[in-house]
Design a protein around this ligand. Structure first.
Ligand SMILES: [Zn+2]
Length: 413
């Protein structure tokens, strides 16, 4: 399987200058590849292979190109041809497309080293930071927020400068399917090694075994965002000061996204590490069922990101991750299955049919668990979660703060 890891990077001033310089030379190379392609007669367009073969000649004519690492230069040629085939596909699908444009300095933001020309040093700084060396550029410090798994092969490394001026390094990784951990036998799954997740309103998640995890506190960040946006609105649109302020706004937005992603990484890693099976609602269906609105869509996007993380970690960690039919998980009684409508503000589930009472989201999480078992052909779990959670008293739930998750990368077990 192929996947990627992305890290915030902190090059020294000197190295950042070289990164900038290489970005610019790669951009020039990209534009040259494009020019070379465009000026060839229609019936004799050069292939990626042809243009790779021209690289030595171009390096002789324009010495600036010989400053580039050869595999990185080939990756830039490959990028042009990849863009070209995307364009052709679009055209074939009936889209109106023009030609590929020249890349201006503001548009060309990343350089990829393919197969060679890079090294990774994980040992320095006790694992908190790692260092990546790009051939002909130097060592770049990265915040090593999650280690690259032992079974992964690094296929390529990309450095990127975001519009905010921040640097990132991402690794294209591959793990042989044979080296991935095998998932536990479906027959061995039960209510104690599996978990159903309700993606919450009140809590970030509520698990079928009675844990609630708080929302990440982003109040300071959102306040800051408002402040920076207000400042931006007072600047002259397009002026230097406006541009500077626009970058400030983008920086705060990115910080929020990064915090959420980091939080979701920790939660999902904990979920797949601690359980043999994780069940969650299928949001593609849920999105269609519930009304939308901007906030709703934004939250859906965040939940989708969480589920995407869960799904790829399922293979990496050898855990079953199953999405279940979301309709009625809140209405349905986890104990007897009878549906009772409840408006959003009703926080308790109290079944008029069998008398089962619990928290609204706990009931939903239990239903998700049961549907997950059904999906895997297991039928009702042997010990239903309902039997383990019986009181209405919500103090029975173990509430976990977001900061606990952030600091320890786990939940109390
Ligand atoms: Zn009931």
């Amino acid at each position: 399987m192929e996947y990627s890891h992305r890290y915030h990077a902190y090059p020294t001033g000197e190295v950042a200058e070289r990164l900038d310089h290489h970005l610019d030379v790669h951009r020039q190379l990209y534009n040259h590849v494009r020019w070379d392609y465009e000026q060839a007669p229609a019936d004799d367009k050069p292939s990626e292979y042809d243009q790779n073969n021209k690289l030595p000649e171009w390096k002789q004519r324009w010495p600036v190109f010989s400053e580039l690492h050869s595999k990185a230069a080939q990756a830039t040629v490959a990028r042009f041809h990849r863009n070209l085939s995307t364009l052709k596909k679009k055209k074939a699908n009936g889209h109106k497309v023009g030609r590929l444009k020249r890349q201006a300095p503001t548009e060309y933001r990343s350089v990829t080293y393919n197969q060679s020309g890079f090294d990774l040093d994980e040992k320095r700084d006790h694992g908190k930071y790692a260092y990546v060396r790009f051939s002909k550029i130097g060592w770049v410090k990265i915040r090593y927020s999650r280690p690259i798994p032992d079974h992964a092969t690094i296929k390529e490394v990309t450095f990127k400068k975001e519009t905010t001026g921040e640097w990132f390094v991402s690794f294209g990784l591959e793990t042989d399917d044979a080296d991935l951990p095998t998932k536990p036998d479906v027959g061995s799954l039960n209510a104690s090694n599996s978990v159903g997740i309700d993606l919450g309103i009140q809590n970030y998640i509520h698990t079928s075994d009675g844990k609630t995890v708080d929302w990440l506190d982003l109040e300071d960040e959102y306040e800051r965002l408002c402040r920076e946006q207000r400042k931006l609105s007072r600047k002259n649109h397009g002026s230097n000061n406006w541009e500077k302020q626009r970058q400030e706004v983008a920086k705060v937005k990115r910080r929020i996204q990064r915090k959420v992603l980091d939080y979701q990484h920790k939660l999902t890693t904990w979920l797949v590490n601690e359980h043999d099976a994780v069940f969650v609602e299928d949001l593609d269906v849920a999105g269609m069922l519930q009304g939308d609105g901007n906030a709703r869509n934004k939250q859906d996007a965040a939940w989708r990101q969480l589920i995407t993380l869960l799904e790829y970690k399922a293979d990496l960690y050898g855990t079953h991750v199953v999405q279940v039919e979301p309709e009625g998980t809140t209405k349905e009684c986890a104990s007897c299955g009878v549906e009772t409508a409840k408006p959003i503000w009703v926080r308790e589930h109290s079944c008029p049919s069998c008398g089962f009472e619990t928290d609204r989201d706990a009931n939903a999480a239990m239903n998700v668990l049961q549907r997950g078992f059904a999906e895997l052909g297991l039928g009702w779990p042997e010990t239903t979660p309902v039997e383990t959670v019986t009181a209405t008293d919500t103090t029975q739930f173990e509430s976990v703060s977001a900061s606990h998750v952030i600091e320890t990368g786990s939940l109390p077990s």
